[in-house]
Design a protein around this ligand. Structure first.
Ligand code: ZN
Length: 418
């Protein structure tokens, strides 16, 4: 008799449950399960039910995070937690966030089936409002849990339909004034581990099954205000123009070129926001405001890219007789994750003969906030063709199973089997 396969041993629960959760917010163009929406509420309710079926104690905190707990033997505090989020972007796929939540549930199912008890409690957390899609601010649930929420900023948020954040949470029976109560103390948690899809192509390209995330990159963002001279589009000769928009066009191309040339640290650069003034069909654009960002796995490289761009921007301004004002919007250093947990993840990969790659995350996650509360690790599984935030998002079933196995080993080691 050979080793039992994953399916013989555990059934198809996680694959089946990914399908079940895809129903919440399902539409013709993908899944839209925005934070604090009805479909988000239904997904949370389904998750609570599944956790209770596994004998877990479930509470929803004052921000809307769902915290499901499997008791430890003798120890009340210092839970070993894992989890991710259930909300999605507009027209999303089935894996972003949900996979990490269901993988945690699967770990608990496996412990229950094997009747393994642990010294420390185990928690599976479904964070609320991870995506910035609805209100423009990301990871609100984990920020509240860690005490990083700026209530002045949150109070002023509205979604595209004009519903304020306060109103949206009230419609889901939460009280914004009580959000700070979601703050937990650091001795509540011994560790936190987030399993997540990579959302990029690196694991697939390098033919590795698991990403051991060492750090989470934060973007460097600048606003450039490019000023030229507005003028009549019919009477101003080409030689006399100071067109701010064509200057901006050169800047956009430079951002693309600079990032494309640096691929050793997987650098990326984007201009995602552009405002043209006066934005009139027969007026030469006199002013443009644009926001660009660079992200890179290496902090020094990211700064070098930015210096390169600013020097090109100066050249463009001189040549085109434009003035450029730059405003730094954000420039955070990457968040370092816990190397002790990283080593446990790597040891588990080696023991199971699963290939892995140490890497950085280019996208933000709840784990970056949790790292400020307790020792935190992250496990990536591959995204086919690096696709994410759209319905084509896909992770191979055997990669999901490898991820669950590694999460299981890591959680069990930290929670100490009895
Ligand atoms: Zn996510």
């Amino acid at each position: 008799m050979g080793k039992p396969s994953y399916h013989e041993e555990r059934g198809l629960a996680i694959h089946f449950l990914l399908d079940v959760f895809s129903r919440f917010g399902y539409g013709a163009n993908g899944i839209t399960r925005l934070a604090y929406s009805e479909s988000d509420k239904l997904a949370k309710r389904q998750f609570i039910q599944l956790c209770e079926n596994e004998g877990m104690n479930v509470r929803v905190d004052d921000a809307g995070n769902v915290i499901a707990r499997r008791a430890g033997v003798g120890i009340e505090k210092c839970a070993v937690a894992c989890g991710s989020h259930l909300d999605s972007v507009i027209n999303a796929g089935s894996y972003d966030g949900v996979l990490g939540v269901l993988a945690g549930l699967e770990v608990v199912r496996m412990l229950n089936r094997k009747n393994i008890k642990t010294k420390y409690p185990i928690e599976v957390i479904a964070f609320t409002c991870e995506e910035s899609t609805r209100f423009g601010v990301s990871t609100i649930g984990s920020k509240a849990m860690v005490g990083l929420l700026d209530m002045n900023i949150i109070t002023g948020l509205t979604d595209k339909t004009g519903i304020s954040f306060e109103e949206a949470v009230r419609l889901q029976a939460f009280d914004l004034a009580r959000f700070p109560q979601a703050h937990r103390s650091s001795d509540d948690l011994k560790a936190f581990i987030e399993l997540h899809i990579e959302q990029g192509p690196v694991l697939e390209q390098k033919k590795k099954q698991i990403g051991v995330v060492g750090s989470i990159a934060a973007p460097t963002r600048y606003r450039l205000i490019i000023s030229g001279e507005a003028g009549h589009s019919g009477t101003t000769t080409m030689q006399l123009r100071k067109d701010a928009l064509v200057g901006a066009a050169e800047v956009i191309l430079a951002v693309e070129k600079i990032a494309t040339l640096e691929q050793h640290f997987y650098s990326v650069g984007t201009v995602g926001s552009l405002h043209v003034y006066p934005n009139s069909v027969n007026t030469i654009p006199g002013k443009v405001e644009l926001i660009y960002e660079f992200r890179s796995n290496d902090c020094a490289t990211k700064h070098q890219l930015n210096l390169n761009l600013l020097s090109i921007v100066n050249d463009i301004a001189d040549r085109r007789k434009l003035t450029v004002e730059s405003q730094l919007l954000s420039d955070e250093s990457p968040i370092e994750l816990n190397s002790f947990i990283g080593n446990i993840i790597k040891e588990s990969c080696e023991k199971r003969d699963i290939s892995f790659l140490e890497m950085a995350s280019g996208a933000g996650h709840d784990a970056m906030n949790m790292a400020k509360l307790c020792p935190t690790g992250m496990i990536f599984v591959p995204s086919v063709r690096g696709i994410s935030h759209q319905p084509g998002e896909f992770t191979e079933p055997f990669d999901i199973e490898a991820g669950v196995d590694i999460l299981y080993d890591t959680m069990l080691r930290l929670a100490e089997p009895i």
